[in-house]
Design a protein around this ligand. Structure first.
Ligand SMILES: Nc1ncnc2c1ncn2[C@@H]1O[C@H](COP(=O)(O)OP(=O)(O)OP(=O)(O)O)[C@@H](O)[C@H]1O
Length: 341
């Protein structure tokens, strides 16, 4: 279990992490999501005592990192895969770590096997590809057989097979009852891996939710219809009690409260020609972009940082147009509470 309370980090004028309070529980994969510059790496560094908080605290199984006896046996982390002495072989790199942390030598071969680097164990890590470097970093994190694992953007540089492998590894580690905390700036990646989500933007907490709730609240389902007679279809839908359809940019109608089957029947009853009738689900990536739109530091084509709407994205229901980060967080919480009550 990792517990953050009021965790804050200021670099001069820059508030990188702003009063974060949340817990990361064992037995599930918790995704730590935020756009570039949101404060994920800074938060993770403070969790590992590599950076000193301006205020607040982090507890690892109830203790501060510095109070942990042999920390690698409690928490393993992949932060920067390039932070490896390139002149050492993969085996020697892990052996040095094992010896300085009183970890049995045999564990080195075990973790090399786990990450699939046995064949290159005697090669200098300086010649490794980015993906191999990631694997070596993950091997180091696993070395002390810790109950808590933290990975900062672990799929970076991995090929599809490597991405598949790391997803399964994280799920397996969580299934063993470990605490698994993994950062990403890609919602689509988290949707496939994480059971729980912590979303931050500009250092602030925007959401702390189960993945299932996030999907239920944010993935709008609708039926997309194209017809040469949209007005007649609108009338038929209204008579059938459907709410007014949304018209998409290409003229298609989007209906949220009738299933495709019923719409097809209605069209047949009214002798309407349909060119398309397709059930759709809005992407989670879009929902994440809308949630964090106000907190993206650098955005292509954006006139200024701040409350910049994502081009083409529909507003999230309940959100204040152009609202600040706090308002996004607030509206998300309200919608979640509304759903739960
Ligand atoms: N040592 C530092 N000195 C000054 N500013 C810093 C320092 N480290 C981070 N920052 C700033 O703090 C903010 C948060 O950075 P951080 O690297 O934690 O974000 P991130 O969410 O991990 O982003 P990314 O996905 O791009 O790595 C950024 O605006 C960054 O420029």
């Amino acid at each position: 279990m990792i517990e953050l309370e009021g965790l804050t980090k200021r670099y001069g004028d820059k508030l990188a992490v702003d009063n974060l309070t949340f817990s990361v529980r064992p037995g599930v994969v918790t995704g730590f999501l935020g756009p570039n510059g949101a404060g994920k790496s800074t938060t993770m560094r403070m969790m590992l005592d590599l950076d000193r908080p301006t205020a607040g605290s982090v507890r690892i199984d109830g203790k501060h990192y510095r109070q942990l006896d042999e920390p690698l046996k409690h928490i393993g982390a992949l932060l920067d895969a390039k932070a490896v002495h390139g002149g050492r072989t993969a085996h020697n790199h892990l052996l040095c770590l094992a010896q300085s942390n009183r970890i049995p030598r045999a564990r080195v071969d075990e973790v090399l096997e786990t990450v699939g680097l046995t064949a290159v164990a005697k090669k200098r890590s300086g010649g490794f590809s980015l993906g191999m470097g990631q694997r070596l970093g993950i091997a180091a994190a696993l070395l002390g057989d810790p109950r808590i694992l933290m990975f900062d953007e672990p799929v970076n540089g991995l090929d599809p097979e490597g991405i598949h492998w790391i997803r399964n590894l994280m799920k397996d580690l969580a299934a063993q009852g470990r605490t698994v905390f993994v950062s990403s700036h890609l919602m689509s990646e988290m949707a496939l891996t994480a059971d729980h989500l912590i979303v931050i933007g500009r250092g602030k907490l925007l959401a702390d939710t189960s993945m299932a709730d996030f999907i239920a609240v944010n993935s709008r389902s609708f039926v997309r219809i194209r017809t040469p007679e949209p007005e007649r279809l609108r009338d038929a839908l209204a008579k059938a009690g459907a709410s007014a359809p949304v018209t998409a940019a290409d003229g298609a109608l989007e209906v949220e409260d009738l299933p495709a089957e019923r719409i097809g029947e209605l069209a047949a009853e009214h002798g309407l020609v349909l060119h398309e009738l397709s059930p759709q689900r809005a992407s989670l990536e879009e929902a994440f972009m809308r949630m964090t739109a106000a907190s993206v530091e650098y955005q292509a084509g954006a006139p200024a940082p701040g409350a910049v709407p994502v081009p083409g994205a529909a507003p999230v229901p309940g959100a204040v147009p152009g609202g600040a980060v706090q308002q996004w967080g607030g509206s998300w919480e309200q919608r979640k509470q509304g759903k739960e009550s």
